[in-house]
Design a protein around this ligand. Structure first.
Ligand code: CDP
Length: 142
């Protein structure tokens, strides 16, 4: 990055590795056509001036109707279609949150146990992040 470039100029997409009871939530995209049917870590674009962790909470509320919180950043970032990069945080449901349901962008949700994590067709760009998160399913927040 050029020195002096504000951080808000980065076009970050945040993805949530939502963990609950040792399972990871996968969401199947319903749009756009080239991504429909593939599975992703739910999330979306960080808005200018927004903290990524806040974007994550907002996107999960909009897309899944849940109240969640970011737990920790998964090391690394992965290029998407320019100029976007994907950053991933683990996340958990706040006490009393509704259960996730597909409100927009998705047509199916699935909680995956560690042995089932590769049974869904993850978006190519999400695979490295899922690989990074999978060991935490046994040790992460429950
Ligand atoms: O909801 P919003 O419009 O902010 O973002 P989105 O359409 O959900 O995601 C923005 C871009 O990031 C899309 O091109 C998605 O395909 C991509 N994305 C991804 O590759 N992996 C994710 N886990 C989430 C989004």
């Amino acid at each position: 990055m050029t020195p002096g470039t504000p951080m808000t100029d980065r076009t970050v997409v945040v993805g949530a590795a939502l963990l609950d009871g040792g399972q990871l939530l996968a969401a199947r995209r319903s749009a756009p056509a080239d991504l429909a049917g593939r599975w992703e870590l739910p999330g979306g674009k960080v808005e200018p001036g927004e903290r990524p962790e806040d974007a994550l909470v907002r996107e999960l509320r909009e897309e899944l109707g849940i109240e969640a919180e970011a737990v920790e950043r998964v090391p690394g970032q992965w290029p998407l279609r320019a100029p976007y990069v994907l950053q991933v945080w683990t996340a958990r449901l706040r006490p009393g949150s509704p259960a996730p349901r597909p409100l927009q962008d998705h047509d199916e949700l699935r909680w995956l146990t560690p042995d089932r994590i590769w049974e869904v067709d993850w978006l190519d760009q999400d695979v490295p992040a899922v690989r990074e998160v999978s060991p935490r399913l046994t040790t992460g927040p429950r």
